[in-house]
Each structure stands twice: as structure tokens, then as C-alpha cells.
Design a protein around this ligand. Structure first.
Ligand SMILES: [Fe+2]
Length: 371
């Protein structure tokens, strides 16, 4: 399937960290439905932790659904992916994905997982010719309206995986992926008359260089959050948006920043992984975009939502905005109650809600009894 600009524009909807199980949280799905219908994207990218892959086995302990074998775990993953993708597939919207750390924290290989995604007719990607990269890292060209030339490009880089034999998790973009990026970027540039093809690069786990976006501060400072060793940090003034948690980065750079500068094609590099961080900034001349989680089955803030990129065909430039739950679902009492009910980290609000409902019910019963 080739993707094309329409009327000079191409819209990408990023859904990051929707991580959920075979029992998907309905409020997240409702929020995503609203996003699909409002944005009407030309492409949706799921940027990792697409499922909560390390919790299929213990999702419902002591119930008949408790998962014990690899086959049962695979079935649970199939259902979780189907729940996430069905609304996209039914709307006939092209979509793609990269993996996050949670996707791969189980016994199911990336090839097996990739084959599940490839079953969907509107899926694009996971088509690298390089054997070591074919189930994880690839690019998606966006063509001019007449389909004659590549006007924009999307890099989808894997940054997290588990070595199933060693039972060890890794977080870095493989050196082979960076070498492939440099070679492929040069090919696209040559086909484009020697001019780099403007691109967005999506990757789940932030660059190690992004640690430089935070500075140590006092616990009482505005915007302070706890980091390692009990120290407190806040965002540097160059950050436009919110850093709500210490940036969790890849373990090593492997020359990625140098490669991006050398190729000169990246308009921005876009991350997920950190559920409470939502910002844009520039680091060492590279535009950085950070998108918080969509998931309700995890820690998070009111920033749960999605991000939109609108690409201009003529300039190759992009505009981006983040849409949170409130933007998408409104601020009615019903929307608020659904949010509180489904989102993790809202225990206090849930207790207050139950007490409130209990109090109202008791009062009504008492009134009727008196009559
Ligand atoms: Fe993650």
C-alpha cells in the first residue's frame, strides 16, 4: 500500500503506549475512537508498548483466564492486538507500529508478533530487506499526490527488545539499524536529486542525550519530580511542555545523533515510553517531540491522549499538537466519571466516588422509607 499526500497535506496520528491486555479499558478505546473520527488521519503510528506484553500471564490471577503456556500467552496477545486494531481496521485507516519494551517482555518472538500485525490489510511496514531488522525497523515513504516521487519519509526505529535465550531486556537502537538508516537515507537523497528527503523518526525510548533537558532542583521547586538517588529535577527552560517524570532513555547512543546530523533529513525525532512527559524542544540542533501514554492501565497523568502531525508537502515542515482526554472526550460529568473509573492512579477519586454513590443511595432509600 503506498501512502500519498492529499491536497498538499499528510496527517499522522501518533498513539503511544496504549499498553493494555485482552481485557481492554473501554475509556481508552472511546478516547481513541474520538481521535480517529476527529483527526481523520492518513496514517496512524503506534509507537511502542502497544500491548502490556509482560502481563498476559498474570492478568487475572486465580481465574480460569490465568495464562500458563506460550500458546495461551500468544492467544492473549492476538486478542489484545485485535482489540486495539479493530477500530482502525474497520475505519480503513492505514497504520504502522514499532515495538516498546513491554511488547517483547514475554516468550513470543518479534517475528511471531510481527506476523500478527501483518495479517491486517491496512498495516504498512515491517518490510526491511535486512534479516536482522525485518521484524522491527523500517521506513515508510510518503509519495506526492500523483505517486511519482517520494516527498516525505517516516523512519520507524526499534529501541527495545528481549533476548529470549538470555532472558534479558535491552534498550538501544541496534548499531545495524543506525548503519541501515544512514545507507537508506543516502539512497533516498540520491533519488531526490541530491536533496535529503524530509523525514520524521519515531522511536519508543528517548535518546540518552535527552538527560540534558533536565536540571537538578529543590523538592519544593515548581515542576519538580523525583529522579535517581532521591534527587529532584525539573525541566530546563528550553523545554516547551511538561516533564512529569525523570526521562528514561536508551542505555547507549550508538552514534544515532551523529548519524542524524550527517544525513540531514530529520525534521524531528519523536518518542513515547515516558507516560508523564509531553513536550517539544530542540537538542543539539535536532527537534525533539515527546508524547505521553494513551493507556489507562498504567501510571499516567491527565495528559493521556494522542499526538497529531500535519506535514506540508511543499516545504516538508510539520506542525504538531497533543490532544488529551479532555480535548477528545469533553469535560462533562459522564466523561469525568468514566476517566476516574478506568484510569490507574485514581484510587482516592475512586473511593470518593464510591462513597458519594453510597451516600446518595442511602439518602434516597431513607427518604422513600419515611414516605
Ligand atoms: Fe516503554
Amino acid at each position: 500500500m503506498s501512502l500519498k499526500f492529499k491536497n498538499g497535506k499528510f496527517t499522522i496520528l501518533q498513539v503511544s503506549d496504549p499498553q493494555d491486555l485482552q481485557y481492554v479499558r473501554k475509556t481508552m478505546m472511546k478516547m481513541l475512537d474520538k481521535a480517529y473520527d476527529r483527526v481523520k488521519p492518513d496514517l496512524i503510528v503506534f509507537t511502542g508498548d502497544n500491548v502490556l506484553g509482560n502481563h498476559f500471564r498474570d492478568a487475572r490471577t486465580l481465574t480460569p483466564l490465568f495464562v500458563k503456556t506460550k500458546e495461551a500467552e500468544f492467544k492473549a496477545m492476538e486478542i489484545a492486538i485485535e482489540k486495539l486494531l479493530r477500530p482502525v481496521e474497520d475505519r480503513k485507516i492505514p497504520f504502522s507500529m514499532i515495538y516498546g519494551n513491554h511488547d517483547d517482555m514475554n516468550e513470543i518472538t518479534k517475528k511471531e508478533q510481527s506476523d500478527i500485525y501483518r495479517r491486517y490489510p491496512h498495516f504498512v511496514g515491517l518490510d526491511n530487506d535486512i534479516e536482522i531488522l525485518k521484524d522491527e525497523t523500517f521506513n515508510i515513504p510518503i509519495y506526492s499526490e500523483d505517486g511519482s516521487e517520494v516527498k516525505f519519509n517516516i523512519w520507524m526505529l526499534d529501541s527495545a527488545w528481549k533476548d529470549k535465550e538470555e532472558d534479558k531486556c535491552y534498550s538501544q537502537v541496534k548499531p545495524e539499524a543506525i548503519e541501515w538508516y544512514k545507507k537508506k537515507s543516502a539512497e533516498l537523497k540520491a533519488q531526490n536529486g541530491g536533496v535529503p528527503v524530509p523525514s520524521l523518526m519515531f522511536q519508543h525510548i528517548p535518546l540518552i542525550e535527552m538527560l540534558d533537558l533536565m536540571e537538578e532542583c529543590s523538592k519544593d521547586d515548581e515542576g519538580a519530580f523525583e529522579g535517581p538517588d532521591g534527587k529532584y529535577f525539573k525541566a530546563k527552560p528550553c523545554v516547551d511542555g511538561e516533564i512529569g517524570e525523570y526521562i528514561c532513555t536508551v542505555s547507549q547512543g550508538n552514534g544515532q545523533v551523529e548519524a542524524i546530523k550527517e544525513c540531514g533529513d530529520i525534521k524531528a525525532i519523536v518518542f513515547g515510553h515516558d507516560h508523564q512527559n509531553c513536550f517539544t524542544t530542540t537538542l543539539d540542533g535536532i527537534n525533539i517531540v515527546q508524547t505521553p501514554c494513551a493507556s489507562f492501565r498504567c501510571y499516567g497523568r491527565r495528559s493521556r491522549g494522542v499526538r497529531v502531525f500535519t506535514i506540508d508537502e511543499k516545504t516538508g515542515d510539520y506542525e504538531t499538537e497533543h490532544l488529551n482526554y479532555k480535548d477528545l472526550c469533553g469535560d462533562s460529568l459522564k466523561a469525568e466519571l468514566e476517566y476516574i473509573w478506568d484510569a490507574d492512579g485514581m484510587l482516592k477519586e475512586k473511593i470518593l466516588l464510591c462513597c458519594g454513590v453510597g451516600l446518595i443511595t442511602t439518602t434516597i432509600k431513607h427518604i422513600f422509607k419515611r414516605k
